[in-house]
Design a protein around this ligand. Structure first.
Ligand SMILES: *[C@@H]1O[C@H](CO)[C@@H](O)[C@H](O)[C@H]1NC(C)=O
Ligand SMILES: *[C@@H]1O[C@H](CO)[C@@H](O)[C@H](O)[C@H]1NC(C)=O
Ligand SMILES: *[C@@H]1O[C@H](CO)[C@@H](O)[C@H](O)[C@H]1NC(C)=O
Ligand SMILES: *[C@@H]1O[C@H](CO)[C@@H](O)[C@H](O)[C@H]1NC(C)=O
Ligand SMILES: *[C@@H]1O[C@H](CO)[C@@H](O)[C@H](O)[C@H]1NC(C)=O
Length: 379
């Protein structure tokens, strides 16, 4: 009941009653089609804007709030501007200095950071808030270093569940992020059958992009190891684990943060999360796959990583803003799958991502709207 009341009070602040986000109200066909997700997204957006209007901060207002949008809803020239800004980061110097031989660029520096923090920021208390800060810092660098004037676009995987190959993100056109990898004859389809590429990107942007280091299985993962960007787009994985239904159910079936992050990552320690399998997090990653996209440590060296994690953060934003008062908590320990066993994370812990970005208490990262470094919403 408290939940309903809170939604109602937000609704009265200006959100439409139509948008009420009560899972039971959605017919199965609306969950399959994405109509339910659109409504949840709209309610979350309206609730967030209502919060902002009720208590603007000195730095974050309705006028300057950044609005992150889905890739295909951006006009072609804005997609190109985003891609060019990413290419610009690939031409800026690495900030880790010379202690390793692989990283060459500021884009690479993000990969080094992720590599170092991987065991602490997956299947742990920090997963969602770390990645929120991480993709925001990337967006900031695009703007401050490369003059990008837009906001970080996200990738709604479910819109491409019929064909990732034909996605406006991967169709190889000038306004895409490059094509699938060349089709490879796989004698061993490996852990993820169903990929339609496997080789080097063949057309469009990033055809000539050089991955400078990795994979994580190399004797020295940060050593210079130049090679092409490989992709193995996988529609089957997208359709089975990152569909509009999977995305919607993850939001609706997660009453608390522990279950939300478990359902999102398919964390089998929670029995309820097991049915989600790879879940949307793994589903989105392995719908791209390849090298380094399929590498747990180095996936951020795949340019589309940031649109994928933009969508993860968008789900978190939606989920939080459907019941804001109750969704500002943290759960879990500070090691991946609690291995080795560790203490619980707390909102007072500090996340320091220098030299790539800043240091913040996790508490400061909960709200994307001021009283934090952030000022953004998802449309
Ligand atoms: C790193 O840079 C310092 C200062 O320029 C230099 O003395 C050192 O030899 C370099 N180390 C490597 C491994 O290149
Ligand atoms: C893949 O295998 C098919 C059938 O054996 C063959 O016709 C084709 O040339 C092979 N392609 C490559 C890229 O090796
Ligand atoms: C890749 O490099 C080749 C050789 O320099 C060039 O001809 C081609 O236009 C480049 N492709 C893209 C998409 O930049
Ligand atoms: C994920 O979505 C697909 C396609 O709608 C569906 O077949 C599958 O059952 C869903 N998985 C779960 C765990 O609901
Ligand atoms: C850690 O968190 C779990 C789950 O919320 C809780 O049951 C447990 O008591 C916490 N442990 C400590 C030492 O606070």
């Amino acid at each position: 009941m408290g939940f309903v009341k809170k939604l109602l009070s937000f609704a009265l602040l200006g959100a439409s009653l139509q948008g009420l986000a009560l899972g039971d109200d959605f017919p199965p066909e609306d969950i399959e089609s994405g109509k339910a997700l659109q409504q949840l997204s709209k309610t979350a957006y309206d609730n967030a804007i209502a919060r902002l209007e009720a208590s603007p901060s000195s730095t974050c207002t309705k006028e300057n709030v950044r609005v992150r949008k889905e890739w295909r809803s951006l006009p072609g020239e804005e997609r190109t501007a985003y891609r060019k800004a990413v290419e610009c980061l690939m031409n800026q110097p690495d900030v880790y200095g010379n202690e390793t031989s692989g990283p060459r660029t500021l884009f690479d520096s993000f990969g080094v950071l992720h590599y170092h923090l991987t065991p602490a920021v997956h299947n742990s208390a920090y997963f969602l808030l770390f990645h929120r800060l991480y993709v925001w810092t990337f967006e900031e660098k695009l703007k401050t270093v490369c003059g990008y004037t837009g906001s970080l676009p996200y990738w709604e995987w479910g819109l491409d569940a019929a064909s990732v190959e034909n996605s406006p993100l991967f169709d190889g056109s000038e306004t895409s992020m490059g094509s699938n990898g060349a089709k490879e004859n796989k004698t061993n389809p490996g852990f993820f059958p169903g990929g339609s590429g496997g080789g080097c990107v063949t057309a469009g942007p990033f055809t000539n992009y050089t991955v400078n280091f990795g994979p994580n299985t190399a004797p020295d993962p940060l050593a210079y190891n130049p090679r092409c960007l490989k992709r193995d787009l996988n529609t089957q994985i997208c359709a089975q684990w990152a569909s509009l239904k999977n995305t919607t159910d993850t939001i609706l079936e997660s009453p608390d943060i522990a279950l939300f992050q478990a359902n999102l990552q398919g964390d089998f320690r929670w029995p309820e999360a097991r049915k989600f399998g790879f879940a949307v997090h793994g589903g989105g990653h392995f719908a791209i796959a390849g090298d380094p996209g399929g590498d747990f440590y180095f996936s951020p060296l795949e340019p589309v990583f940031y649109q994928h994690h933009g969508q993860i953060d968008r789900m978190y934003f939606i989920w939080q803003n459907l019941d804001w008062e109750n969704r500002q908590t943290m759960d879990g320990t500070i090691t991946m799958m609690n291995m080795p066993a560790s203490r619980n994370g707390t909102l007072d812990d500090v996340l320091d991502i220098s030299p790539v970005g800043g240091a913040f208490q996790y508490r400061e990262l909960l709200d994307t709207l001021g009283s934090s470094p952030f000022c953004f919403v998802y449309e």
